[in-house]
Design a protein around this ligand. Structure first.
Ligand code: 5GP
Length: 212
């Protein structure tokens, strides 16, 4: 383990349209030492998306092979495609003391919660259901039918908030990002996380106070 201690695993999810992508992007611009885990997906790249930056794009066959060899920390089927978090990349960053964000859907977040003992689980909420509907409409890429489908599933997904440690309402992006920063700062002060390093360095602290 590196001297800084293990990095923080930060899991961010929420219903479609709550704005988790926007919040994560803005958070990462302000906190460059934090890494975003790059997921694997079987969906086609969208315009401007880059292999290894936005996603690792792969075929369903390759994805299933990786499932069988237990390469994913979690994976889920979202809108007819597979999405998964490569386990070794995340483990390596955490081991090197780097804080890692997983921006994943709710099914995936719940699997991470089941499979690991670490993780700070943060749920992003829209300011209101009306606002959520408007945001989904504003994306403009939906037919009326798929819009209703997304909205209904978002409505149900909000019930999962009780499985998370923190909920952040995304009314203004900047304020939501500040809340995210405050959560992470608080998590880093948790005694159960840092007590070993405090106790290990206790002699040093006492020495400094008494003799320096
Ligand atoms: P999109 O296709 O718009 O990039 O993503 C669709 C959904 O898949 C989003 O809710 C996104 O958070 C989720 N997602 C992206 N990567 C992963 C992943 O590795 N695992 C899971 N479970 N969901 C993911």
């Amino acid at each position: 383990m590196n001297k800084k201690g293990r990095g923080l695993l930060i899991v961010i999810s929420g219903p479609s349209g709550a704005g988790k992508g926007t919040i994560c992007k803005s958070f990462l611009e302000r906190n460059r030492e934090v890494s975003l885990s790059v997921s694997a997906t079987t969906r086609d790249p969208r315009k401007g998306e880059v292999e290894g930056v936005n996603y690792y794009f792969m075929t369903k066959e390759d994805f299933k092979e990786k499932i069988n060899s237990n390469d994913f920390l979690e994976y889920a089927e979202v809108y007819d495609n597979y999405y998964g978090t490569p386990k070794s990349n995340v483990e390596e960053m955490l081991e090197n003391g780097v804080d890692v964000i997983l921006e994943i859907d709710i099914q995936g977040a719940l699997k991470v919660k089941e499979n690991t003992e670490e993780g700070v689980f943060i749920f992003i909420l829209p300011p209101s259901m009306q606002e959520l509907k408007q945001r989904i409409i504003n994306r403009g890429s939906e037919t009326k039918e798929s819009l209703m489908k997304r909205f209904k599933s978002a409505y149900k997904e909000i019930n999962f908030v009780s499985k998370y440690n923190y909920a952040v309402v995304n009314d203004k992006v900047e304020i939501a990002v500040e809340k995210l920063e405050a959560i992470i700062a608080a998590e880093k002060c948790r005694v159960d996380r840092i007590k070993d390093s405090i106790l290990d360095s206790k002699e040093g602290i006492i020495h400094e106070q008494l003799y320096d």
